[in-house]
Write a protein that binds this ligand. Sequence first.
Ligand SMILES: NC(=O)c1ccc[n+]([C@@H]2O[C@H](COP(=O)([O-])OP(=O)(O)OC[C@H]3O[C@@H](n4cnc5c(N)ncnc54)[C@H](O)[C@@H]3O)[C@@H](O)[C@H]2O)c1
Length: 511
Amino acid sequence: MTLKNFAEEKLTIGIIGAGIMGRGIAQLAAMAGIEAIIHDIDPKIVADAAAFIRQMIDKAKEKGRLSDADAVRCKSCIRTTSTLSDLSGADMVIEAIVEKLEVKQAVFKEVESLVSPDCILATNTSSLSVTAIAAACARPGRMIGCHFFNPVPLMKLVEIIGGMQTDPAVIESVQALVTRLGHTPVRVKDAPGFLVNHLGRGMNTEGLRVLAEGVAAPHQVDEIMRECAGFRMGPFELMDLTALDVTCPVSEQVYAQYYQEPRLRPTPELRLRLSAGILGRKTGAGFYPYVKGEKILPEEPGVPPLPADARFWISPTVAGLAEQIRGLLQAANIGIDEGETPGVDSIAIVTPLGQDATTAILEEHIDPERTVAVDALFGGKGRITLMGSPATRRDVIDAAWAAFAAAGRKVTVIRDSAGLVAQRMVANIVNTACDIAQEGVAGPAEIDTAARLGLGYPEGPLAMGDRIGAGVILEILENMQMVYGDPRYRPCPWLRRRAMLGLSLLHEEQV
Ligand SMILES: NC(=O)c1ccc[n+]([C@@H]2O[C@H](COP(=O)([O-])OP(=O)(O)OC[C@H]3O[C@@H](n4cnc5c(N)ncnc54)[C@H](O)[C@@H]3O)[C@@H](O)[C@H]2O)c1
């Protein structure tokens, strides 16, 4: 193939499908001064899309982001057609039509008969294999996945997916084009869910597991993820925003396409909610109820009274974490039991990593009725997550809750759970990212970039794992796997090897 210089030369791009995504891509191209010819099966949608893009250009002008002359120039880049053959002169054709393999294959077959042999063919598919779409083409080497996110102008990430037969020069050209459009390209292998829709399963499916086990309610999981783990949104807020008619099929497809990989396993509640039409924010009911589009949260429960004689013994097992809890309670003048073992009237506090309260209590040979567990790893600043074993007395949990509240902390009381909430959620996110790196779906730096730009994470999961400590993440997962016996939590070799060798999770071996 003889390709133009996609970073600089004058280009014409054909866009097939002028729905949500197609019009966004056309807008981006026009605003970058690239001629965009918009086509749709429905001529009315083409006209709507062109009017919408002109409106967006006017808005940008009003906001001072475009000069009058630039606005005229951008508008002149938009062309429309109801005849596919008008795309014959295009340097690249991007398809954003219905998500059906046979329809996409048929459209590309027809396009191939119209355009020049040097025209790049790109699909915006989010769940179909690029290789499978290309299989219907006479020249599969020119087919590529160019996965934009919604809303296209705001979501700066584009996954560039090379199929089994994609020509490397095509990948280079499309990367250059995406950069020219002002977006960030990440190179991804043709794999189920590509990068972002695979990575996103780490948080969503673990949130669903926490719910299925009856450990915590959706709002409790979300507040822990925001206030303790530093995420902008927890899994249930995110699923309500995306809506279950998108999340449920994506979760099921990625799980099935990876041949029931336990790490990606959703829970039955997802499909049940979809069947009931409880889709999320857009239907006014999801994991949260909504009134006029606003999420309704349950009130923060009242803090129980702190018994005057309450004394706490803090297990020294996880040294740094125990000290942190001791300091917190001491600063609030809460009585501390300094004995080597808990006194008969003391409440014992354990700070497990990846274990549940039951396992930690039994390992330490302390009284299960008078022991609570605290997430000290994610309890440094914000909310404290507190849980008992099934044997722990309610008055003991309440006294511990009151003590942390007296120390100025909000408290979420959950049921016994290996890895509490934040530990298991974060460990699963990091493990999923490591798995993606191990399988070579994308490079480690690309994984972190995609998580920030595509999923809105505050930092990439591999950098997050490094900050917490790869060894700590490994310990959490190993202990979780011991408690649950579920291969879902088996640490990925990428994580295990780097943790054992003391290397960064972003480290790539030189092969
Ligand atoms: N909506 C998203 O959030 C999102 C994000 C990333 C990728 N995608 C992918 O982008 C593609 C389009 O999604 P969308 O949300 O824009 O859909 P949409 O329903 O908003 O738009 C699809 C458009 O394609 C047109 N169309 C259907 N068949 C056609 C054909 N044979 N020829 C020409 N036009 C045809 C329809 O008339 C419609 O206007 C899908 O492959 C989807 O998986 C969607």
